[in-house]
Every structure is written in structure tokens, then in C-alpha cells.
Design a protein around this ligand. Sequence first.
Ligand code: TYD
Length: 240
Amino acid sequence: MAKSPGPPVGGTAVSRQAPGSARGRGLFITLEGPDGSGKTSQAARLAATLGAGGVDVVLAREPGGTELGERLRELLLHRDDLVIDPLTDAFLFNAARTQLVAEVIRPALAAGRTVVCARFADSTLAYQGYGAGLDLAILRTLEAIATGALRPDLTILLDLPVEAGLARKRRGRAALTRFESRVDVAFHRRVRDGFLRLARAEPERWRVIDAARPRSTVATEVTVAARSLLEARRGERERV
Ligand code: TYD
């Protein structure tokens, strides 16, 4: 079992229900959004709420969630002394992702567990693609290699205006990441618009939630979105 290098590390079991592959592949739910949209806390809240309701949940985050991933996270987000080319970023985020999928996400889904992950491959499309200008087709190829074509069943976009998100981050206690300390508001606008485009292009997978509202309101909507998918899946299984 991998040692947890620091909270909140992915692969955290939030309920102790016995895994059962007889229930079929578990659901994969991701939360995405610009910096300061509250993904990390909403992901934890969602996992706790579902867990309390008897759903067998694993909570993960990107970049990170594995021992290697957490070390890459440190390099990617908290080393302002490094100059990192956007393509290098794309490789490294995808390297962390490969490890997370192999070590945590696939085994959990195969055991019939629900995986809630704060950020996933759409973040690379939004930040390195729409934000930093890398070719989206190349990024999608890298993504397919890294994930083995695993895609979320539901992606919740916590959307809010860039200025509001960055202001929240600056008020917070956590150290700013390399992307958050970037004063380039235009970059963050492209990232937000990128997420919105991705959501519009695949409305059956995405739910867009206005994250500028109080946390508890947002949490309720996040839970409703996840529960309706879980119930739909349960209904499908009962029919077969
Ligand atoms: P974030 O998820 O916001 O972590 P925290 O909530 O702990 O601050 O930080 C991750 C940062 O990394 C964020 O600025 C977005 C960026 N990022 C990318 O640029 N590409 C990616 O593929 C991923 C997963 C994240």
C-alpha cells in the first residue's frame, strides 16, 4: 500500500463498504474549474456526503493522488525557480495522471467503487491547450495514452468569473500555485472559456454549476448532479 505523503491525498477511502465487482464498474465523477472555484473542498464534501449515504467512494485529486504524483505536484505547482515549457507541463501532468489511473482509479472502478476526482484530463485541455495555446489534438492524443481512453461519466464544472476565483485564492491560506501566481488575467480567462467550450461540446457528460454562490448552495447542486447519475445507473442495472 502506498504511503500517503500528505493530505488530501488521492485514493482516500471515505467509506468502508466492502468492494463488490458484482455491482459492475463504478462511476467516475470529476470536478473541474478555474482556480479558486472550490473544486478541492467540493470534491471532499461530495465524497463525504455520498459516503455517508452508503456509497463506496474513493477521493482523488490531480496532480497527485499517488506517491509519484504528489512529488510531481510539488515540482509542477510549487517551484517558482523552474522554467517549464507548456509541452513539458502537458507531459508531466499526464505522467502523474497515468500513475493515478493505474494505481487508484482503474482498480477502484473495477471493484465497483465510485471515484470522485478534483481535476482530471480536461484541466490539461483548459490550461495547456486553451490557456497556453498547445494544439488540442496533440493534447487529446496524450490524454488517450495516459488514461487508456478512460473518461469520466460525469464532469462538474464549477464556473465563476476569473477575478472572483483569483481573489478567493489570494484571500485563502494555501500557498499560491505557479498558475495562480501568474498575473496574466487573460490566461485565466482563456482557461475559463476553454472549460465552458468543453462543456458545451459534450453536454451529456458535463454539468455547469455557478460557483460564485455560497458554498452550501453549490454543494447541494453538486450532490444532486452526482446522485441523479448514481440513481440512473442503479436503474439501468435493475433493468438488466
Ligand atoms: P489546484 O487543483 O487548483 O490545487 P489547489 O486547489 O490545491 O490549489 O491546482 C492545480 C493547478 O495546476 C491549477 O492552477 C491548474 C493546474 N493544472 C494544469 O495546468 N494542468 C493540469 O492538467 C492540471 C491537472 C492542473
